[in-house]
Design a protein around this ligand. Structure first.
Ligand SMILES: *Cc1c(COP(=O)(O)O)cnc(C)c1O
Length: 396
């Protein structure tokens, strides 16, 4: 069989992103010469590391309109979500034991909610509209006198829909309810601002925005009355104001900061518009070459690099298999793939089985170009044709 060297094409930026070369360069010295522990302030090694952490904190804060002191570094957004949801609910348990979230949250929010239920909390999971959007009125109707926490994500990691965060934040603020927002997918892709969103707690992750894996942050509002308290989930040396003990990941924080700086530049220099045009080219190409392509979730508001479609009579797993792994797209969220029950997000949108099992998620990013999009359209069109022909042959 003739082997052709194929270009690898990465369209799975909701799962993770490559580290930007500038991010890697910024990080490297902190693995070698500048290896100090930022808590060791008695000597230059420690002080140098502390300065680097402060710089990273400032850059991450700036991307979301926060103050540096409001950023708590963690090992990633999974930890941030756990600290926010469990940490806030447990510290507020004296005031009430009711938590409100949505049916399309990431497992890093849904699982801590389940663990709260086992501890005696009540959790209401507000259903989303078929568009994939949370209706603020429906959310308001779920709030009770004993509601202490609301957790709704900024943008969904599968269908890319962008939630009305500011409206939800206002509703919570009026009632004195703590509002947590998982902004991982929105960060660096659309403007994110803790003031505009009226957010009290916000989860961030570096590796979804061209930074390294294993580092994230939780924004914790300082000017909130009564003062926002969180029960730490990792106890020890008292780093990060006691909210997250453990020696800081200095190279990771430096990389996160540099990634945040680059993300701010990209947002200001038209990268979202470029991605939206590529995404629209992809959808138009698929529709021109394949019949039965339907969009999942509202077209807008949606992350500019996100496309989520179901392709009639072409099972997603079959298509992905026939693409041979060289084109990175996903049949769902990476985190949900182990389960095999089909995406809880697509179920929550009310999609029937045939739409769920034929669903493909494309996540476009910084290094994709039009040529790649055109190759993907061609290869996918061929794969669909083959899959349908085989299915037709099998059933006749
Ligand atoms: C990826 C992701 C997470 C988990 O982030 P990690 O840093 O990988 O732990 C949480 N929430 C959302 C919406 C995500 O997309």
């Amino acid at each position: 069989m003739a082997m052709t060297v194929r270009r690898l094409i990465y369209l799975d930026h909701h799962a993770t992103t490559p580290v930007d070369p500038a991010v890697l360069s910024a990080m490297l010295p902190y693995f070698s010469d500048r290896f100090g522990n930022p808590s060791s302030r008695q000597h230059v090694f420690g002080r140098e590391a502390e300065r680097a952490v402060t710089e990273g904190r400032t850059l991450v804060a700036a991307l979301v309109g926060a103050q540096a002191e409001e950023i708590v570094f963690t090992s990633g957004a999974t930890e941030s979500d756990n600290l926010a949801v469990r940490g806030a609910a447990r510290s507020l348990a004296g005031r009430g034991r009711h938590v409100v979230t949505s049916t399309i949250e990431h497992p890093a929010v849904l699982e801590p909610c389940r663990s709260l239920e086992r501890e005696g909390f009540e959790v209401t999971r507000v259903e989303v509209e078929p568009t994939g959007l949370v209706d603020p009125e429906r959310l308001a109707a779920a709030l009770r006198a004993d509601t202490v926490l609301v957790s709704v994500m900024a943008a969904n990691n599968e269908v890319g829909t962008i939630q009305p965060v500011g409206e939800i934040g206002s509703i919570c603020r009026e009632r004195g309810i703590v509002f947590h927002c998982d902004a991982v997918q929105a960060l660096g892709r659309v403007p994110v601002d803790v003031e505009a969103g009226r957010v009290d707690l916000m989860s961030l992750s570096a590796h979804k925005m061209y930074g390294p894996k294993g580092v994230g942050a939780l924004y914790v509002r300082r000017d909130r009355k009564p003062r926002l308290r969180l029960e730490p989930q990792a106890q020890g040396g008292g780093q990060e104001k006691g909210l997250r003990s453990g020696t800081l990941n200095v190279p990771g924080i430096v990389g996160f900061g540099e990634a945040a700086r680059l993300a701010g530049d990209a947002l200001a220099s038209g990268e979202p518009q470029r991605l939206r045009a590529l995404r629209d080219r992809l959808l138009a190409g698929l529709r021109a070459r394949i019949d039965g392509v339907v969009l999942n979730g509202a077209a807008e508001p949606r992350l500019p690099g996100n496309l989520h479609v179901s392709i009639a009579r072409a099972e997603a797993e079959t298509l992905i298999l026939s693409l041979g792994g060289g084109i990175a797209i996903s049949s769902g969220a990476a985190c949900a793939e182990a389960g095999g029950k089909g995406s809880h997000v697509l179920r929550a949108l009310g999609l029937p089985d045939e739409r769920v099992y034929t669903a493909l998620r494309f996540g476009l990013g910084r290094y994709n170009d039009a040529e790649e999009i055109d190759i993907v359209v061609e290869e996918l069109a061929a794969a669909v044709k083959e899959a349908r022909a085989r299915a037709g042959a099998a059933s006749s």
